[in-house]
Design a protein around this ligand. Structure first.
Ligand SMILES: Nc1nc2c(ncn2[C@@H]2O[C@H](COP(=O)(O)OP(=O)(O)OP(=O)(O)O)[C@@H](O)[C@H]2O)c(=O)[nH]1
Ligand SMILES: C[S@@+](CC[C@H](N)C(=O)[O-])C[C@H]1O[C@@H](n2cnc3c(N)ncnc32)[C@H](O)[C@@H]1O
Ligand code: SF4
Ligand code: SF4
Length: 334
């Protein structure tokens, strides 16, 4: 590998932040309807022609890897609804320069994929689960699939020494906040990171304005009360607060996605399922790459599009777009 290229990626924004990490939303379709993410009427009949296809996603990853990107996360919507998801993982792993390939999933379909993901070289899975209670699961996701999801979580935990496992728990005051201890206890037995996340206002105002928001300070207070022996440890990127319980195998973290600003270190670019390059989770406008790919753009033209998107990257996402944020995480992928 070219060392100069490693020191500074080719894609750099106006604030001198280089891009190392791309999050690709491979579909906006989903088999759940989480109340903090999408409405029941969310359309699942995405015209497939408007979704990036396999070749197009591969091309984007290759082009970005040549420009210094080292990590790929597949997300959505629900990425496991794409039947080429294992091939995408395998392909991304084989691209020169890409070191880490991970995905974020709701776990509903994980059982049928896990072995193939391991064989394809997937480095990690972020598994989103907010409750162990059946009625609550149904209330949050509007689907009755908890039994399947728990079965798949158990299989994943049993493989946690073969890939990095993180459990994303979105905490909602008065809904699942009482389950914090049950989730944290998973780290005693398993080498996983359990991450408690703040709600963000990307839910078409379904619950954002109903007082269910639970901030990082409150989460920290509850955790400290439950576990006086909690020890601070080094967290990763979005994990601003990170801890472990004495004698435990895993870690506990808090993602203060709303109340804290971790933008100064941001090394991310996002690709939406409909083929737009987004410079920030809060960005409203992106740059269309789908049309360019379908018009036969060469690598130089793609680089110009990535740079164009990056030139729009705000210093701070929340200040730039927080007042009227997007209506759902599903197209941009969280
Ligand atoms: N503000 C902000 N929040 C983010 C960003 N990326 C992820 N998040 C928050 O973190 C939550 C979990 O995202 P994941 O898909 O698990 O990814 P991640 O935490 O970035 O994972 P890593 O790749 O391990 O750093 C999202 O739902 C967001 O709330 C970001 O770039 N900016
Ligand atoms: C948009 S989902 C896509 C991947 C997959 N469907 C899943 O749920 O893991 C990615 C992450 O975004 C989180 N998310 C969705 N809506 C959110 C919101 N309004 N605030 C904070 N996080 C949100 C989910 O909990 C999930 O961990
Ligand atoms: S958070 Fe994930 S699982 Fe829930 S509706 Fe959004 S995309 Fe689907
Ligand atoms: S809010 Fe925007 S700039 Fe800040 S970390 Fe997230 S994506 Fe990066």
């Amino acid at each position: 590998m070219n060392e100069a290229r490693e020191k500074m990626p080719a894609l750099v924004d106006r604030y001198n932040r280089g891009v190392r990490y791309v999050r690709v939303s491979v579909t906006s379709r989903c088999n759940l309807r989480c109340v903090y993410c999408m409405r029941e009427e969310h359309c699942d009949r995405t015209v497939v022609a408007e979704e990036l296809d396999y070749q197009e996603i591969c091309r984007i990853i290759e082009a970005l890897a040549a420009l210094g990107v080292r990590k790929v996360r597949f997300t959505g919507g629900e990425p496991l609804l794409r039947d080429d998801i294992v091939d995408l993982v395998r392909y991304a792993k084989a691209v020169d320069g890409i070191e880490t390939v991970v995905l974020t999933t709701n776990g509903v379909l994980l059982g049928q994929y896990l072995d193939r993901f391991l064989e394809a070289g997937l480095d990690g899975i972020n598994f989103s689960l907010d409750t162990f209670d059946e009625d609550r699961y149904k209330a949050i996701t509007r689907r009755n699939l908890l039994a399947d999801v728990l079965g798949n979580l158990e299989s994943l935990l049993r493989h946690a020494d073969m890939l990095q496992v993180k459990i994303n728990v979105l905490l909602l005051r008065g809904i699942n906040s009482g389950e914090l201890g049950r989730f944290a206890d998973l780290t005693r037995q398993w080498p996983v990171t359990v991450r408690f996340m703040e709600l963000m206002p990307f839910d078409d105002h379904q619950i954002w304005r109903t007082g269910k928001f639970m901030g990082a300070d409150k989460i920290l207070e509850v955790l400290s009360d439950l576990y006086p022996a909690l020890e601070s440890t080094q967290g990763h990127a979005t994990e601003h607060f990170s801890f472990h319980l004495p004698g435990s195998r895993g870690k506990i973290a808090i993602i203060p996605a709303f109340t804290r600003n971790f933008c100064s270190q941001c090394n991310r670019l996002r690709i939406t399922s409909s083929g737009r390059i987004m410079s920030c989770l809060y960005a409203k406008n992106g740059v269309d790459i789908l049309a360019a790919l379908r018009d036969g753009a060469d690598n130089e033209q793609l680089e110009a599009l990535f740079q164009k998107a990056l030139d729009m990257k705000p210093r701070d996402g929340r200040e730039a777009g927080g007042k009227a944020p997007r209506t759902s995480m599903s197209e941009i992928g969280g």
